[in-house]
Design a protein around this ligand. Structure first.
Ligand SMILES: Cc1ncc(C[n+]2csc(CCOP(=O)(O)OP(=O)(O)O)c2C)c(N)n1
Ligand SMILES: [Mg+2]
Length: 395
């Protein structure tokens, strides 16, 4: 077992993990209050994998994750207020309220998202690493993705190019044992995911993702190999999400006992206990960590609630960027080249009418609202009869 760091580092690790946990619990609550829209994927239980990784990265390093990344952004230093405002779809959110939970983004802290396409962040990560290499920068790209994503075709494509071009990159699989409702044994022929890139020349190792110190130790070495030797590696961190895949998940694919068993390995409680037993931290500090997390998260909710919704006439802004100009671009019958699209206010009548009809519909109080329990990705992996039951119960 890796040694504990000094008191202030231990305090910081515990505080980050506790803040992320409390933030996500609150995000779940706000989702149920319909304050946060879209989908919501919580990483409660996975905090040691997240914080262990980010805590040994340098400021100039890039991080890219999946749709389960509120904690990743916070761990990277993004203000929780701005993350909460993004969940609420407000202008002060990290993506101006346009992205929501799945698309948290903070270029300043080199957190490149927040990505909804499973495995889609892998080639982008390779591109980031390639750009650092081109520019002769020391930065390493850390690409975090799920066990399910390791089955995507671009996993192999990315591993090949990363190895071939000796990119400064570290791949980290957050193996929480499931891709939605499908267990690793049922979705991957090779269940030792650390071996999955070996054929491409990328070595892997398996670690305990519930132990923040084990994650730090392994990621430190992975970063060194990427930075100094241009050798990409693949770390498989075993972790677990206590909550469902997304906010609406009947969880018919696992037993309660299994969840309970993993709760016994809780990354925060276990690390706190270790720090107390070693005399590195005291009960007073533990209480302080909890109190601060509580205050920060309540302030984040207050901030998000006070932030405005983006004005409707900005709906078409920031869709595409070509060259220096921001705005949306189109290729149509007018010319073979892409040309700048009109602002909503300058649009032809038919397009404006459509946009206005959409806006009017969105503000009707009694319109049929999509129910997350019966629509969308929560339904994948659920037996049809169970889905029907859920639907009936929700009606
Ligand atoms: C290309 C693609 N296929 C399917 C989906 C639907 N989908 C969303 S999350 C998910 C499971 C991914 O599991 P994993 O990679 O293990 O990540 P986890 O959710 O466990 O963090 C699937 C299949 C998607 N978003 N993108
Ligand atoms: Mg998974």
């Amino acid at each position: 077992m890796a040694d504990l760091p000094d008191a202030s580092t231990s305090y910081e690790l515990l505080a980050r993990m506790a803040l992320i946990r409390r933030f996500e619990e609150e995000a779940g609550r706000q989702y149920q209050r319909a304050k946060a829209g879209g989908f919501l994927h919580l990483a409660i239980g996975e905090e040691a994998t997240i914080v262990g990784t980010t805590s040994v990265m340098r400021e100039e390093d890039y991080l890219i994750g999946t749709y389960r990344t509120h904690g990743h952004a916070i761990a990277r230093g993004t203000d929780p207020k701005r993350v909460m405002a993004e969940l609420f779809g407000r202008v002060d959110g990290t993506s101006g309220g346009r992205g929501g939970s799945m698309h948290i983004f903070d270029a300043e802290r080199r957190f490149m998202g927040g990505y909804g396409i499973v495995g889609g962040n892998l080639p982008i990560a390779a591109g980031l690493a390639l750009s650092s290499d081109f520019k002769g920068e020391d930065a390493v790209t850390v690409c975090m993705f799920g066990d399910g994503a390791s089955n995507a075709g671009n996993f192999g494509e990315t591993m090949n190019l990363a190895a071939l071009w000796s990119l400064p990159i570290l791949f980290l699989v957050e193996n929480n044992l499931y891709g939605m409702g499908t267990s690793v044994e049922r979705h991957s022929a090779q269940t030792d995911l650390s071996k999955k890139a070996e054929g491409y020349g990328i070595h892997g190792r398996r670690i305990d993702g519930m132990d923040v110190m084990a994650v730090r130790e392994s990621v430190t070495e992975g970063l060194r190999l990427a930075r100094e030797e241009r050798r990409p590696t693949l770390i498989e961190a075993f972790t677990y999400r206590y909550r469902g895949h997304s906010a609406a998940d009947p969880e018919v694919y696992r037993e309660r006992d299994e969840v309970e068993e993993w709760r016994q390995k809780d990354p925060i409680e276990n690390f706190a206990r270790r720090c107390i037993e070693a005399g590195v931290l005291g009960e007073r500090e533990l209480q302080e960590v909890r109190d601060k997390a509580e205050a920060t998260v309540l302030a984040a909710v207050e901030f998000a609630e006070a932030s405005e919704e983006p004005p409707l006439d900005t709906l078409y802004e920031n869709l595409y960027v070509l060259g220096e100009d921001e705005g949306w671009y189109a290729v149509d019958e007018r010319s073979p080249e892409p040309h700048r699209g009109e602002h909503e206010s300058e649009m032809p009548d038919a397009a404006r009418e459509l946009a206005e009809a959409g806006a009017a519909y969105a503000t009707e109080d009694d319109r049929p609202r999509p129910n997350p329990a019966t629509h969308g990705d929560a339904q994948e992996g659920v037996e049809p009869e169970v889905a029907e039951e859920v639907e009936e119960a929700a009606d």
